[in-house]
Ligand binder design. Structure first.
Ligand SMILES: [Zn+2]
Ligand SMILES: [Zn+2]
Length: 377
C-alpha cells in the first residue's frame, strides 16, 4: 500500500490542517510552470495522496489499513470520487493538467481617468485666443507609498485564499459531469495579492487627490463646446499606470456689443441723421482698438460697412473673419426750437414741407437693402 503520509512528508499523526498545508506547498513546488514536466510524476503521487488524506472518509478508511484508491498509485479517481484532474483544476485552473491554459492574477496597474474641466471665455478671448489657468481636482501618485498602496516598509502578500492565482474555482455537478466555475477571488479582488498594511496617507489607494492649477493655451476661434485635450495631464494611473488626459471645455460668454456668427462679428452703429445725409468718418471701439468706419453721404438705415479681418480668429487655420458694422440712422427726438426751425428751413429748401408719399418699389425697401448688404452687394 502506498504511504500517502510519507508522500506528503508527514507523520501518521498529522492534523487536517497539516495535510492541507503540506499538499499546497508541494503542489506549488511541483507546478509544471515551476518544476517543468519532470515534476509531473511526483505531482501525480502528491495529488493521489491528498485525494485520500484530504477526504475525512477516505482517510479513515486508509488509516484502518485499506487504500480507497485500490492501491493504484496513478489511478484517476473512482467513478463518483474526486479525481486527480479535479484536484488539479481546483488548485491551478484550466482544462487539462499540464499544458492547460493558465489564468494569471489581475494586474493592479490601471490607466488614470480622463478629467473634464470647463472654463468660460469672453468673446474677445475667443477672437484672439488666451492663456488661462484652470483649477482642477486630480489624482496624484501618493508621495508616501509611491503608488504601492503599502505602508512604508511593508509589501503585498500572496493571497492565501487563491494562492496568488487571483481566481477561485468551484466544482459543480451537472449532467455532463463535474464542471468547474471560475470567479475572481473575493479575498484579494482577483489581484492574487493582499495588502496587509495599507498606506495611511492614501488609505491604500496608492493615490491622493488635490487641487491643481493648470495653464491652458486656448487658441483663437474656440466656441461653446470646443474641447481642448491636454494629453497625460489627467489623473495619475493606479500602481504605476499611465496618466489620463485632461479636457478643457470652453463656454463662450455673451458680449454686450458684438455678436458672433461663425468667424464674423456683427455690431450696430448709430449714425446721426445729419452724418447719414452728409457722410462722416466715425471712430468705432472694436476688439482691435478704435477703427474708422466710413459713412458715405446718403447712407440709408440698414446698410452696413465691412471691416475686413477684424472678426474672430479661425480655429486651427490662418486668418480672421470680418467685422460687419450695421448702420442705424438715428432720428433725433430731443431737438430744440432753434434746431426745429433749421429743419423746417431745410424742408422748405427741399420742397418737403408736405412730403410726397412715395411707396418704395418691391426690392428697393430697407428690408431688401439689408438683405443685399448681407450678401455683400
Ligand atoms: Zn500611499
Ligand atoms: Zn486571492
Amino acid at each position: 500500500m502506498n504511504d500517502y503520509y510519507a508522500t506528503l512528508g508527514l507523520s501518521r499523526d498529522a492534523s487536517e490542517a497539516d495535510i492541507k498545508k503540506a499538499y499546497r506547498k508541494l503542489a506549488r513546488e511541483l507546478h509544471p510552470d515551476v518544476a517543468g514536466p519532470d515534476g509531473e510524476e511526483r505531482f501525480k503521487e502528491v495529488a493521489a495522496a491528498y485525494e485520500v488524506l484530504g477526504n475525512a472518509d477516505k482517510k479513515a478508511q486508509y488509516d484502518r489499513g485499506v487504500d480507497p484508491r485500490g492501491g493504484h498509485a496513478g489511478a484517476q479517481g473512482g467513478p463518483q470520487g474526486f479525481g486527480f484532474e479535479d484536484i488539479f483544476e481546483q488548485f491551478f485552473g484550466g482544462g487539462s493538467p499540464f499544458g492547460g491554459q493558465q489564468r494569471g492574477p489581475a494586474s493592479r496597474t490601471q490607466r488614470g481617468g480622463d478629467t473634464l474641466v470647463q472654463t468660460a471665455v469672453t468673446l474677445k478671448e475667443a477672437v484672439f485666443g488666451v492663456s488661462r489657468e484652470v483649477q482642477v481636482d486630480l489624482a496624484d501618485v501618493c508621495s508616501t507609498c509611491h503608488g504601492s498602496c503599502c505602508a512604508p516598509g511593508t509589501q503585498p502578500q500572496q493571497c492565501r485564499q487563491c494562492n496568488g492565482q487571483g481566481v477561485v474555482q468551484r466544482m459543480a455537478r451537472s449532467l455532463l459531469g463535474n464542471v468547474m466555475t471560475t470567479s475572481p477571488c473575493p479575498a484579494c479582488g482577483g489581484y492574487g495579492t493582499t495588502i496587509p498594511s495599507p498606506c495611511g496617507d492614501c488609505s491604500g489607494q496608492g493615490r491622493t487627490h488635490s487641487r491643481h492649477t493648470i495653464k491652458v493655451d486656448i487658441p483663437a476661434g474656440v466656441e461653446t463646446g470646443t474641447r481642448i485635450r491636454l494629453a497625460g495631464r489627467g489623473d495619475a494611473g493606479v500602481a504605476g499606470g499611465q496618466k489620463g488626459d485632461l479636457y478643457v471645455e470652453i463656454r463662450e460668454k455673451r458680449d454686450e456689443v458684438f455678436e458672433r456668427r461663425g468667424d464674423d462679428l456683427h455690431c450696430t452703429l448709430e449714425v446721426p441723421m445729419t452724418a447719414a445725409a452728409l457722410g462722416a468718418t466715425m471712430m468705432v471701439d472694436t476688439f482691435d482698438g478704435e477703427q474708422p468706419v466710413e459713412v458715405r453721404p446718403g447712407t440709408h438705415a440698414g446698410s452696413s460697412v465691412k471691416l475686413k479681418g477684424l472678426g474672430v480668429g479661425r480655429l486651427q487655420r490662418a486668418g480672421r473673419g470680418d467685422l460687419i458694422v450695421q448702420l442705424d440712422v438715428h432720428t433725433p427726438t430731443d431737438i430744440t426750437d432753434e434746431q426745429a426751425e433749421l429743419l423746417r428751413q431745410l424742408a422748405a429748401l427741399r420742397g418737403e414741407e408736405m412730403p410726397e408719399a412715395n411707396l418704395a418699389p418691391v426690392g428697393g425697401g430697407v428690408f431688401h437693402r439689408l438683405r443685399d448688404a448681407f450678401k455683400g452687394r
